[in-house]
Ligand binder design. Structure first.
Ligand code: NAP
Length: 342
């Protein structure tokens, strides 16, 4: 199905950055069109990374916490209320005819062609559209080990997470022994953060040397609450409803052991969802979109804006992503006005 009309602005992605961009663009009468992603996809899932989180306690305005999926459903409803449209497998829908809410069957983006304006965007189920401006808010997915029990407990709030800053302060982790997997700056940062709540934090690293910067590595080594377990990988996660231990394998001897822990945090890097861009936008060496003026949302292609984790590997918070979504919508609105396109 092909829509002949050129859209003012197409938003790709539906985490806090995407919906916030949609709320602002809709309220500016730009009638934004969103490709939210596809639930079965391994990368751009409707609602983004927060759909994989349990309680969110650090987003302002929710004094009693909110679950990640509830918060995303609320953002979705707010965006739809002001006239945002979304691309589903049944074509473009508005709030009024979307009974499934954020759990509707949406389309993901297959490709974005920025070689000429208006830009051409193809969905993964036949939908095609052109747009004067595009906001990319596809996020970054946390890397996981890929173990079956790791995924099961991560998805059911069983004490396995890929974000210590998001989940580490939850009551379930208080005064427990916890473990962080990884040897980079994130792993050290997360382990250090968790020492505020944990009785002890194990840093499990697969080599005998940290990848983290020296200052961060020294911080971990000198923290009395952190014990680094060298040359170890996690080969299984143990626990029915909640994690009780991890199975470790020594990378040098192959020896296996069980380590009792009440929480497990992955810090083995993130992968930004930028593969569909096919090298058309400037990316940094890790694949994140480069914002030439870091305070703004402009990318290397005029008329294409970026917001949220896809352009930010430093903060990666729901609230910072939402703030960037707001900036992208305002930048796009002004850009369209300057060009006389809306
Ligand atoms: P990173 O530097 O890529 O480190 C990832 C770590 O995970 C590495 O130690 C790696 O082990 C390990 N790892 C990867 N895959 C694994 C697997 N399958 N099993 C076990 N371990 C695995 O990622 P990051 O720590 O998220 O940092 C990303 C960037 O952000 C870096 O440039 C970092 O400096 C920056 N950052 C800076 C700060 C700060 O300055 N405050 C904080 C956070 C992040 P190997 O070492 O063996 O490869």
């Amino acid at each position: 199905m092909t829509d002949q009309k050129t859209e003012n602005v197409v938003i790709i992605g539906s985490g806090p950055a995407g919906w916030t961009a949609a709320i602002y663009a809709a309220r500016a009468n730009l009638s934004p069109l969103v490709f939210p992603g596809r639930a079965v996809s391994k990368d751009l899932v409707p609602g983004g990374q927060l759909m994989l989180t349990t309680d969110v306690e650090n987003y302002p305005g929710y004094p009693d916490a909110v679950t990640g999926p509830d918060m995303m459903q609320d953002m979705f409803k707010q965006a739809m209320r002001f006239g945002t449209r979304v691309v589903t497998d049944d074509g473009v829908k508005t709030g009024d005819d979307l009974a499934g809410g954020l759990f509707s069957i949406f389309q993901n983006v297959e490709s974005l062609d920025t070689s000429a304006r208006p830009f051409r965007i193809k969905g993964d189920n036949g939908f095609e559209v052109t747009a004067n401006a595009v906001i990319i808010a596809t996020g970054a997915k946390a890397n996981w080990l890929g173990l079956e029990n790791e995924q099961r407990l991560a998805q059911t709030g069983g004490g396995v997470s890929a974000c210590a800053v998001c989940d580490g302060a939850l009551p379930m982790f208080r005064d427990k022994d916890m473990a962080v997997v990884g040897g980079g700056d994130s792993a050290v940062e997360e382990a250090t953060y968790l020492t505020k709540f944990a009785s002890k934090v194990y840093l499990i690293h697969r080599r005998d040397e940290l990848r983290a910067s020296k200052i961060m590595a020294d911080r971990a080594k000198n923290d009395p609450k952190i014990e680094i377990l060298w040359n170890k990988t996690v080969s299984d996660v143990i626990g029915d409803d909640v994690i009780t231990a991890v199975k470790l394998t020594d990378t040098q001897t192959g020896e296996e052991s069980d380590l009792p822990v009440g929480g497990l945090f992955m810090a083995i890097g993130h992968t930004p969802i930028t593969q569909f861009l096919n090298g058309q936008l400037e990316l940094d060496e890790s694949g994140y979109i480069v914002l030439p003026d870091p305070g703004r949302s402009y990318t290397s292609v005029d008329g294409v804006f970026a917001a949220g984790d896809v352009a930010d590997h430093t903060y990666r918070q729901a609230v910072t992503a939402a703030g960037m979504g707001c900036k992208a919508a305002i930048d796009a609105e002004r850009w369209l006005a300057e060009k006389g396109l809306a």
